[in-house]
Design a binder for this molecule. Sequence first.
Ligand code: SF4
Length: 220
Amino acid sequence: MTEYWDEHTDPLEVIRWALTNYPDLLITSAFNLNGIVLLELAALAGYTGEVVFVDTGYHFPETLATRDRLIERYPQMRFVTLSANIPLDPWGQEQFRTDPDGCCRIRKIAPLREYLARKKPSALLNARSRDQALTRQHLGFLEFGERLRINPLAYWSRQQIELFAQTYQLPVNPLYWVGFLSIGCWPCTRAVQPGEDVRAGRWSGQGKTECGLWVGRQSL
Ligand code: SF4
């Protein structure tokens, strides 16, 4: 079936295929616009599995409130919040300023990697899309690596994703509508200026574009 997929394939078809072939799959999410749309599509496809979120300790209050609204909206899913359980200022300095890669590694990647090592899902359902950033412009529905990653929204434009969210009245993080098109930790996120790509506000000026979760075959 996947051989017939192209950029016009309905994300719901991809999700239904994923649930049939990888019934133990998991969703990981930071509850950005794409992630929220993916959850709604997954619900429409009958997903009742886990939604895994990593609380770094640095999330905006609006992000945590968005998570809580989603928990109410999807009682059929099991929301799991992971944490590195590291104090915010363990060495008397703010690591995100001096070593953002290390900060992401211990606060985001390690807790999720440990959890997935225990759960051993055969696949992850992921919300990334091509037009979020140049680094994602070749994203496809399927990414093969240490673990299969399935990206149903790969070909949807930002306009399509926004329209879907509005049509289904999804509880989008309110920061999105004031320019925070991609929302991570507050120290490493700023609003995007007109003409910038969706992820331009992440680690702005720090020479970093990804937290490391989704880069390369040996990532999650
Ligand atoms: S996004 Fe920033 S604050 Fe969050 S884990 Fe990465 S470096 Fe640390």
